[in-house]
Design a protein around this ligand. Structure first.
Ligand code: 5GP
Ligand code: ZN
Length: 114
């Protein structure tokens, strides 16, 4: 999608601090980190939000979570714990309309979120 910032990072049109990528998924350090480890994991293909996930594209969700679990290990937060967050829609706090999952770790995280 031409005006999507995460599509542009996925295609290499604008730089991203890439920590992992394969044919379907890219993971980048968040530009405004909220924890010592704050990585965004997303499909390279443009999917606006979790609202657009159904049986036709559900496999990418398992792949993203597997990448997240592997990154948690390689970034050294798996043992102490971490959080995976998806903000969906306006009330969910989604600010970039290209589905992505936040991997947050490296400090104690409070609950509930704001
Ligand atoms: P959301 O609020 O949609 O759940 O999360 C969007 C995230 O994208 C925010 O944490 C924000 O800091 C991050 N972000 C916005 N623009 C960029 C960018 O150009 N590069 C990177 N790496 N992260 C971005
Ligand atoms: Zn996009």
């Amino acid at each position: 999608m031409s005006d999507c910032i995460f599509c542009k990072i996925a295609s290499g049109d604008i730089p991203g601090d890439i920590v992992y990528q394969d044919d379907r998924v890219i993971a980048v350090n968040d530009i405004d980190p909220k924890a010592p480890v704050h990585i965004l994991i997303m499909p390279k293909a443009h999917i606006p939000s979790l609202n657009e996930i159904d049986n036709s594209n559900k496999d990418i969700m398992a792949h993203i979570l597997t990448v997240a679990a592997n990154l948690a290990k390689t970034k050294g937060v798996a043992e102490k714990g971490y959080r995976i967050v998806n903000n969906c829609g306006v009330q969910g706090g989604q600010s970039v309309n290209h589905i992505h999952f936040h991997l947050l770790g490296g400090r104690s995280l409070t609950w509930p979120p704001g």
